[in-house]
Structure formats: C-alpha cells, structure tokens
Design a protein around this ligand. Structure first.
Ligand code: ADP
Length: 160
C-alpha cells in the first residue's frame, strides 16, 4: 500500500490545500493529512478546531485521513509506513524554504521522498494567512475555503 503524508498547520484548511490533497489521493492508496500540533506558531484556530475543519472538509475523500503530528514529520511518516511527504509549491518564493526542508528530511530518513505539487492556478496566490486577514475585514472568502471554514471564520469574528 502506497501511503503519503501531507503536513501543515491548516489554520484554517483552504481550497488550495484540498486541491493538493485531492491530487495526492489519486496517486497514493492512502493520504494522511498531518496536522501540526505543539508548533511554535500562534494559531487563530485551536488544535481541535483545525482538526475538525480539516476532517469535515475532507469527508468526501475515502482514502484521506487527518491525524495529529507533534514531532518530526519524517518520524511521523516513517511510523505511518509512508514513502512520501507531499508539499504544495505555489510560487518561486516557496522554493528555497521547501528545498531546505526536503533535503534535511532526506538526510534524516533517506527512504522517504518529498514530492511537490502545484495547485490549480486559481489557488496559487492563496494561503491561510491571507484568508484570516480577509475574514478579519469581513471580506467574502467562500470562493477560497470550504463552507464549514466560512462558518467557523464568521463565528470567530462574532466573538472578537
Ligand atoms: P505550513 O505551516 O507547514 O506552511 P500550511 O498549512 O501553511 O503549513 O501549508 C501546508 C502545505 O500546503 C505546504 O506545503 C504549503 O506550501 C501548501 N499550501 C498552502 N497553501 C496552498 C495553496 N493555496 N495551494 C497549494 N499548496 C498550498
């Protein structure tokens, strides 16, 4: 069975992430979305919220599962029997950081390869930070995120 891991913060999950996950799910038997927990990043959504939003958004993909990952991604991937780590590349600006991570991960675990995929160009300028920012100013984000995320962003705003 060919397993891939797709790691990220998913604060919150966007259609760009889902595009990459859907592409991966067609190539691998199983895709595990590894939700980073205990990261130094301050997030808008709690770990539980990020998990629930990702799980709900990916319900339609039978071979995709969301799991929490608190340690090194290569160790998580090895424990899951994965042969690849999938990352999305949106623009050249992503490249340097991603290359550094991929090479370091390969040094740690030679048998696990990093695979890069480009999303549909509709999503190539999208990231979670922009979504959070747009939502803060009441902009309409429904073109970029699943419905459950639209609702969750609205609920967060209501509480501010
Ligand atoms: P991280 O904190 O690891 O950057 P993110 O949740 O921001 O976590 O992103 C996880 C992965 O998804 C990364 O590989 C990132 O490049 C990719 N990604 C983020 N937004 C998009 C998008 N709009 N299209 C394609 N890939 C994306």
């Amino acid at each position: 069975m060919r397993v891939a891991v797709y790691p990220g913060t998913f604060d919150p999950i966007t259609n760009g992430h889902i595009d990459i996950i859907a592409r991966s799910a067609r190539m691998f038997d199983r895709v595990i979305v590894a939700l980073a927990v205990n990261s130094a990043k301050h997030t808008l959504f709690s770990e539980e919220e990020r998990f629930a939003l990702a799980a709900e958004s990916l319900q339609a993909h039978a071979n995709v599962e969301v799991k929490r990952c608190s340690g090194l991604i290569v160790e998580f991937a090895a424990a899951e029997g994965a042969l690849a780590i999938v990352r999305g590349l949106r623009a050249v600006t992503d490249f340097e950081y991603e290359m550094q991570m991929a090479l370091m991960n390969r040094k740690l675990r030679e048998e696990i390869s990093t695979i890069f995929m480009m999303p549909n160009e509709r999503y190539s300028y999208l990231n979670s930070t922009i979504i959070r920012e747009l939502s803060r100013y009441d902009a309409d984000v429904k073109e970029f995120v699943p419905d459950c995320v639209v609702r969750a962003l609205r609920a967060k705003r209501g509480k501010e």
